[in-house]
Write a protein that binds this ligand. Structure first.
Ligand SMILES: Cc1cc2nc3c(=O)[nH]c(=O)nc-3n(C[C@H](O)[C@H](O)[C@H](O)COP(=O)(O)O)c2cc1C
Length: 210
C-alpha cells in the first residue's frame, strides 16, 4: 500500500473512533410510536410452518425478507415466545407460505386470533410437504421450503436465515396484505386511501393512515 493511502486510512480511522466515543447515544423512541409507525408499512402476509420429530408448528408472520438470490436465502424474525420457535430452533427447517387475499381466516387462525393453538391450526387449509417435511399450504401463492443456516438472537426474537431448498408457485393469485392493524387486498387498501383522502379534502383536515 502506498504511503499516502496508509496515511489516508489512518486519518479516516481516527475520525470514526472520535465520533463513536463523543457522540451522545440518542434515547429510544417509545414502543407505541414505533408500533404506530410500523402499522403504516403495508406487508405481505405469510404462514411460517415447521415440523420436527413429529411436532408441528405454525405462525402468521410479516417479518419475512428476501436476503440473497445466489445462494437463494431469506430471513424470518420469530418471537421466542411463539410455540413454533423452539421447533424451528431444534429441527432447523421451515416453510414460508405466502398468502393470497382469500386466506384472511387462515392468517387469523395462525396468529392465535381465534384461540386455536398448536397442531390444531393445521385442521384448516390443505397441507402437503415439499423437501424438508415442513407443511406447505397447497394454495399458497408460493411456498419457500428452507433449511436454517444461521440463527441470530435479537432481544425478543430470533432471526432465522433459511436456505431455500424447494419452491412451489401457484397461479397468479392476489396477495394478502396487512396494514394499519387490518388484513386487506391491494384494491381494498387503495380504495380506503382514496376514501380517506376525499373525506380529508372536504373537511380540509389531515389524512389519517388507512
Ligand atoms: C399480521 C401479523 C403478522 C405477524 N408477524 C409476526 C412475525 O413476523 N413474527 C412473529 O414472531 N410473530 C408475528 N405475529 C404474531 C404471531 O402470529 C402470533 O403471536 C402467533 O399466535 C404465535 O404463535 P403461538 O400462538 O403458537 O405462540 C404476527 C401476527 C399478525 C396478526
Amino acid at each position: 500500500m502506498a504511503a499516502g493511502q496508509k496515511q489516508k486510512r489512518k486519518k479516516n480511522k481516527k475520525k470514526t473512533t472520535r465520533t463513536k466515543s463523543t457522540a451522545p447515544i440518542p434515547a429510544l423512541v417509545p414502543a407505541e410510536a414505533f408500533k404506530d409507525g410500523m402499522r403504516r408499512l403495508a406487508a405481505g402476509v405469510t404462514i411460517i410452518t415447521t415440523q420436527h420429530d413429529g411436532e408441528l408448528g405454525g405462525l402468521t408472520a410479516t417479518a419475512v425478507c428476501s436476503l440473497s438470490a445466489e445462494p437463494p436465502q431469506l430471513l424470518v424474525c420469530v418471537n421466542r415466545t411463539a410455540a413454533a420457535h423452539n421447533i424451528i430452533d431444534r429441527g432447523e427447517r421451515l416453510c414460508v407460505n405466502v398468502l393470497a387475499r382469500g386466506h384472511r381466516k387462515l392468517a387469523a387462525r395462525f396468529a392465535g386470533q381465534n384461540g386455536i393453538f398448536g397442531p390444531e391450526r393445521f385442521r384448516a387449509g390443505r397441507w402437503t410437504s415439499l423437501t424438508t417435511g415442513a407443511p406447505a399450504l397447497t394454495d399458497a401463492l408460493v411456498s419457500f421450503d428452507c433449511t436454517v443456516s444461521e440463527k441470530l438472537h435479537a432481544s425478543t426474537h430470533t432471526i432465522f436465515i433459511g436456505r431455500v431448498v424447494d419452491v412451489r408457485m401457484q397461479g397468479n393469485g392476489k396477495p394478502l396484505l396487512y396494514a394499519s392493524g387490518e388484513y386487506a387486498s391491494i384494491q381494498a387498501l387503495v380504495a380506503a386511501m382514496r376514501r380517506k383522502r376525499n373525506a380529508a379534502r372536504k373537511t380540509g383536515g389531515k389524512i389519517k393512515p388507512v
